[in-house]
Design a protein around this ligand. Sequence first.
Ligand code: SF4
Length: 289
Amino acid sequence: MKRLLEPTEDVVVNLLRLANTKLPADIGWALEAAAGWETGEIARTQLGAIMENVKKAEHLGIPMCQDTGIPVFYVRGRFDSSIASKIAEGVRKATASIPLRPNTVDPLTRENQGSNLGDGMPVIHYIPADVDYTEITVLPKGAGSENMTRLAMLNPADGVEGVRRFVIDSVLDAGGRPCPPSIVGVGIGGTSDRCVEMAKEALLAPLDSDNPDPVLAKMEEDLFSALNSSGLGPMGLGGSTTVLGVRIRKACCHTASLPVAVNIGCWATRRASARITSDGVEYSQGAVL
Ligand code: SF4
């Protein structure tokens, strides 16, 4: 849907509203599919409650979870340095108008400015590209799932089996805390910082898209089956739906390193993108970086 050109601040408000009130279609389909195959009574009740919650939030135009998260932005394409202040202003407006829970505090004093802003906030990743548009993507990340983030600098000799073990252990150790069924983002390789970034970026890949790397696609499938055989289930209360998907990104790394990172997205994995061109703004929820 194209609209007349609107100020970037308002685009950010619209993005945050869309992300928080409407679950991306691919995640909704995955929940419906899970409700179809799940046999456990408690698990089916949990999935039903989640889907009812999602429907009500969209119908009423209110956030689907009380933890509206910390908004993480990705800006791709053409942009200038003013985009940071425009995004920050959009976050301030969105916090007041949607409204969003003011989650952002100083890490030591715990002082809350009430705007989801403050030192280093919002988090913005910049990806310059030679295209004729600017694309802003937001991934609001709640603490329940973000607190379960894990990084391991494995020994290269640990190999694929070491990576597999680390991902499974990370998800099972997290238990019900990240509000499963989850989407598991995995980063393999790079440096420690890049590896953690890739794990979060992986959550932006829609569940109905194929990983273009056949080796990673196979790993995603294997981990999906192994995790759903674990019995953890929706909200950690038992069942065969622990994860809705596993998405993996990789980068080359030092010959003496094998970094692996896990970033878990809860059932409310929220994302939205706005592509801004000279014709207007197009909103979507099928983000891929
Ligand atoms: S983990 Fe997700 S669903 Fe659970 S409280 Fe946090 S944002 Fe909400």
